[in-house]
Ligand binder design. Structure first.
Ligand SMILES: *[C@@H]1O[C@H](CO)[C@@H](O)[C@H](O)[C@H]1NC(C)=O
Ligand SMILES: *[C@@H]1O[C@H](CO)[C@@H](O)[C@H](O)[C@H]1NC(C)=O
Length: 228
């Protein structure tokens, strides 16, 4: 995966630079260079193998942290804030598909603060118990523009795990283009009251509300851009 590879290369460069500065001001000898190069190649081949398995949700924490994202319009932020479900929106047009919105319920469920999740790829919820086949299924569903529901093990900030009933759906704007993906999370272990609905229908309610918010907002944007 190109993004992970780029992040890894940046990481290696930083690592090598820090190492060289700390050790000794003199230039690395051929032997050191050779050793560094073969270490890099080893890491890249492992990463490539892993990427093939898990695609865009490949576990590579270093990439997730330090990305700034354009802020959502405050009116969209406001209408999304009225939706009382645990969900995030990711933007498929930005590198590494970062989270651009996280609901209060999602923050409560996972224990993170808003600024800790905005700008990161959803993979930070994954861990040892997360099944690579499920990640593959998610990649496939996102790449093909479909919605899907999966059961998977995810992790909170404190390291505790939960069984996540995760529904992912593309969200289109007024012109029919996929603008976001909505990821609705549901802790299957929680004793939630779904007002008599099944958890799946409850999640579709959230998706519907998000779609309406995005579509009506992008429609009003295009109207406000009409010449006066
Ligand atoms: C979006 O709304 C939340 C409350 O739901 C608020 O905490 C946050 O600061 C808002 N962000 C922006 C960019 O307006
Ligand atoms: C819809 O989304 C596409 C892709 O993100 C964007 O280029 C276009 O400007 C959007 N249209 C509206 C009306 O928001």
């Amino acid at each position: 995966m190109r993004t992970s590879r780029r992040c890894l290369l940046i990481w290696i460069k930083e690592f090598v630079a820090v190492g060289l500065e700390a050790e000794d001001p003199c230039v690395a000898g051929d032997w050191e260079k050779q050793k560094a190069l073969s270490a890099v190649n080893n890491i890249l081949s492992v990463l490539n193998r892993y990427s093939k398995l898990t695609g865009i949700v490949v576990s590579e924490k270093r990439c997730g942290n330090v990305r700034s994202i354009p802020a959502l319009s405050s009116s969209l932020n406001l209408s999304l804030g009225r939706i009382k479900h645990s969900f995030v929106l990711t933007d498929p047009h930005l590198p590494d598909m970062p989270i651009v919105y996280a609901s209060d319920c999602f923050l409560r469920l996972t224990g993170y603060l808003r600024h800790e999740v905005l700008g990161r790829n959803c993979r930070f919820l994954n861990g040892q118990g997360t099944c690579p086949e499920i990640l593959e299924e998610i990649n496939h569903c996102i790449c093909s523009g479909r919605s899907c529901t999966v059961h998977m093990i995810n992790y909170r900030k404190d390291g505790s795990s939960f069984c996540n009933l995760l529904h992912i759906s593309p969200v289109r704007n007024a012109t029919g283009k996929i603008t976001y993906h909505v990821w609705v999370h549901l802790d299957e272990g929680s004793k939630m009251d779904f007002s008599g609905l099944s958890p799946e229908i409850w999640q579709l309610g959230a998706v519907g509300a998000v779609k309406v918010a995005v579509r009506s907002l992008s429609a009003s944007c295009s109207l406000s851009r009409l010449p006066q």
